[in-house]
Write a protein that binds this ligand. Sequence first.
Ligand code: TUI
Length: 315
Amino acid sequence: MLLKKDNRVCKILGTEYPLIQGGMAWVANAELASAVSNAGGLGVIAAANTPPELLEQEILKARKLIEPGRPFGLNIMLMSPTANDALEVAVKHKVPVVTTGAGSPGKVLERLKPLGTIVIPVVASVTQARRVEKQGADAVVAEGMEAGGHIGELTTMVLTPQIANAIKIPVITAGGVVTGRGIVAAFALGAEGVQVGTRFICCNECTVHENYKKAVIDARDRSTAVTGQSLGHPVRCLRNKLTAEFERLEAERAPASEIEALGTGKLRAAVIDGDTDWGSLMAGQSAAMVNDIKPAREIITGMFAEAEDILKGIE
Ligand code: TUI
């Protein structure tokens, strides 16, 4: 059985399923997080660059929408200029779980662990995993470069087992997990949970523009591109005019400021305006395996039912 009663991720999170929803900037709001939490996973609100007052409103909204006793999380994007504000919002509102990404979470762990908050950093290397375990992290999300948005260098297939061997706290695999097969694969590699992002863009409760959802559904195996490598922060998105322009500027070795400027406001353009030409359609390679829009609950129960079926065949 995959879902053992003593699954450490379920125990740490207080969830039915060992599944965390990715903290997708602009996408992961109270509506999405509450749908995932009410379906038995851990819904996560993305702080991203949200001003603290708006973030507080989002947390209050999620608390209203989430059934009593079910946890939720806040993702702090450490590269953001508002990361410190988000940390203080997490303290003020006693958010049960905090995930972090895109940086070293030492300060977050120092501030939140004494308060009893569960802290789960997203890491992209063995060194980072070892460091955050020492700093008191409760678990890590090992994110492979199949994932969408800001990514590291290593694939899920090689990152998960190396991190699982290197640390004692639970490993949660992210990057490419979108089906029951993906869950079984992650567990076979040593994970005790999964983080799923791209799949939830295409759930009914996700409020992104319908053009964004359609672009994810239409994506095929080679539909994503990684841009921003020359800037030191590679980002995976669906290919469009924006990624082509990034590729042109990077090939020409244009000044970093010019390349940075091209990205400004583009995630909003994708999520809010549905601009599929010039918006930043962040998505993982797994977009190719997302073929429909359905409720978050059906996504989660379907994934775990498929995983159990596969294991019945194997055992
Ligand atoms: O953070 C993510 N994914 C993201 S953040 C984001 S917002 C954004 N918008 C525009 C440009 C760039 C970002 C979109 N997607 N995933 C988690 C993740 N964390 N992936 C890789 C890392 C990471 C990288 C370096 C974690 C730790 C780290 O440590 C550096 C250090 O100093 O140790």
